[in-house]
Design a protein around this ligand. Structure first.
Ligand SMILES: [Zn+2]
Length: 119
C-alpha cells in the first residue's frame, strides 16, 4: 500500500514512512531532524560567543611597549604629586616632566634587565 508524504508530496510504500510521524516519509523526518540539530548547534555557538569575555582582543592585537608603559606610569606618578600641581604646568614644565618620566623608565628597565641577567 502506497501513501503520500505530507511534506514532500511524494507517493511511497508504507515501509518508507516514519513510525513517529505517520504522514511523513522517513527521509523528510531525517532531514527535519538534521536541520534541527544544525539550528541547535548554531544557536549553541552563538551563545558561547556571547559569553566570551570581550577584553580578549586587546591582548591579541596590541602588545604594549614596556618602556612606554613604565614611562606612562612614571608620568602619572609625577602628575599626581600634589607639589607639582599638574593643572598649572607650562608646556616647558610638561616637557621636563616627560623627560624625567622617560629617564625613570630607562633606568628602571636597565635595572630590571641587569637583575634578570644576573639571576
Ligand atoms: Zn517526504
Amino acid at each position: 500500500m502506497e501513501k503520500k508524504c505530507e511534506i514532500c508530496g511524494q507517493t511511497k510504500p508504507q515501509s518508507e514512512f516514519s513510525k513517529a510521524y505517520k504522514c511523513r516519509c522517513k527521509s523528510c523526518v531525517a532531514e527535519a531532524a538534521r536541520n534541527e540539530r544544525m539550528r541547535y548547534k548554531k544557536l549553541e555557538k552563538e551563545c558561547m560567543q556571547a559569553l566570551q569575555p570581550q577584553q580578549q582582543f586587546a591582548q591579541t592585537t596590541y602588545t604594549p611597549n614596556p618602556r612606554y608603559v613604565i614611562a606612562t606610569a612614571a608620568m602619572q606618578g609625577l602628575l599626581s604629586n600634589p607639589a607639582i600641581n599638574g593643572e598649572r604646568l607650562t608646556i616647558r614644565e610638561i616637557d621636563n616632566l616627560a623627560q624625567v618620566a622617560t629617564r625613570c623608565a630607562d633606568s628602571l628597565m636597565k635595572k630590571l634587565e641587569n637583575d634578570f641577567h644576573h639571576d
